[in-house]
Write a protein that binds this ligand. Structure first.
Ligand code: HGY
Ligand code: MN
Ligand code: MN
Ligand code: MN
Length: 414
């Protein structure tokens, strides 16, 4: 332990520290959504840690927290290390935050060693990657990449609050959101360390992996519209009930995705019957669809097939189907030369350099519009994620921090 602190293990401990109120919205679980008091509390803890690590700290118009460790010359291009600080509801402690904490640990190691590099190092905590409060996701990395569509600011949460309203109340600047966009000439590369959220590394007894590409995804909302009615007086044959129709749609999605290739997966994570009363035949049923595959072509072919079936199911039942695309993200290959540097870093640590794709979405897929990107995967127990049982080991986190420092050493010599 030459750094004078438990590099990597401390990153894990800090994720644990942020796993409870006031850094979580709910006692007894980790829920930290974008622009909530829990998000604000987490940012103030991160600001202190970033300053202790020798960084200057600022927040941009999109409420991204940005720590900067200057290079030999002030204003040098920056290697950005980052991930998201928000969580899904009742999520795990490491999905996102671990990549931010590892970045802080790595910078503190440079700072304590008095090292200055030919480039700056920035650590960024993106506030919204999960999209757990507003319908679209990754709005913060999009603001930095300069690809955030103005309409995203008008999206509303379940309470009807818009992103713009929540951002202004949080201290961000929705009207000046364009100022968050970084210029390509300011950025050297983006490195995101993240738990694998899958079973591959654990199954092969590996601590770390090198991501080759991030899967394409689409988020779609479907509304099947029927006729609300009295649950007691309406004969079954006279109903226009969207409930059973929605059930048929979910089965069609499962059948199409099970038959797919290219890593095709489909998920319905949210189903709502409206108005949602025991004794009322729903007037409408809404459900979300999350469709992913290693290529946009496979993703889109599946989406087209599923939507065609949804319309056919609705028509056969004399119902109406409204389908809205909420978000589309193309597959995002990581940068080949950065993949090579990460692989060299792992072999310098006598670790196998296992390449693997990411089925999970990450800010790195958005940052790829701005700069070359690389992702380092860290084994997580049972591949479990988006679940409070998410777990990592101190030893794997320490190896990840070493690999990131070695990656930086190699970047310095390029
Ligand atoms: O949904 C995802 O893949 C990521 O965890 N936001
Ligand atoms: Mn996640
Ligand atoms: Mn994540
Ligand atoms: Mn991410």
């Amino acid at each position: 332990m030459t750094e004078g602190f438990d590099i990597g293990a401390r990153a894990k401990a800090r994720c644990d520290l942020l796993g409870v109120p006031p850094y979580s919205e709910v006692d007894g679980q980790l829920t930290r959504r974008f622009l909530t008091p829990a998000h604000a509390a987490a940012l103030s803890a991160l600001e202190d840690w970033m300053r202790q690590a020798g960084m200057s700290v600022r927040r941009d118009a999109a409420a991204n927290l940005i720590g900067r460790y200057e290079g030999e010359a002030t204003g040098a291009k920056a290697l950005i290390i980052g991930s998201h600080i928000d969580s899904v509801r009742n999520g795990g402690r490491y999905d996102g935050p671990l990549g931010v904490m590892l970045g802080i640990d790595v910078v503190e190691a440079l700072h304590r060693a008095g090292r200055r590099l030919p480039f700056a190092v920035e650590v960024i905590a993106f506030g919204d990657e999960e999209g757990s409060r507003f319908p679209a996701s990754m709005s913060c990395s999009r603001a930095i990449a300069g690809t955030l569509d103005a309409s995203a600011l008008e999206m509303r949460d379940a309470e009807g609050v818009s992103v713009a309203e929540a951002l202004a109340a949080f201290g961000g600047d929705p009207a000046g959101i364009a100022s968050a966009a970084r210029k390509p000439e300011e950025v050297l590369a983006f490195l995101e360390a993240h738990i694998e959220q899958g079973p591959v590394l654990e199954a092969e007894g590996l601590a770390l992996g090198v991501v080759t590409a991030i899967a394409a995804q689409k988020r779609i909302m479907v509304k099947i519209v029927g006729t609300a009615g009295h649950a007691g007086t309406t004969p079954m044959a006279l109903r226009k009930d969207p409930g059973p129709a929605a059930a048929e749609c979910l089965l069609a999605l499962e059948r199409i995705c099970r038959a797919g290739t290219d890593g095709l997966v489909g998920t319905v994570g949210r189903i709502t019957a409206l108005p949602g009363a025991f004794n009322v035949i729903p007037g409408a049923v809404e459900f979300s669809m999350d469709i992913r595959a290693e290529t946009s072509a496979t993703r889109d072919a599946a989406v087209d097939a599923i939507c065609a079936e949804i319309h056919a199911i609705a028509t056969a039942r004399d119902l109406k189907a409204e389908i809205h695309l909420m978000q589309a993200l193309a597959e995002s290959p990581c940068d080949p030369s950065l993949i090579g540097i990460l692989e060299e870093a792992l072999s310098d640590l006598s670790l196998p350099a296992r390449r693997l794709p990411s089925g999970a979405g990450h800010d790195a897929m958005v940052m790829a519009d701005l700069c070359p990107t690389a992702m380092l995967f860290i084994r997580c127990e049972g591949g479990i994620s988006h679940n409070p049982a998410e777990a990592v080991t101190e030893a794997d986190c320490a190896l990840a921090a070493r690999a990131m420092l070695t990656f930086i050493d190699k970047l310095e010599r390029r």
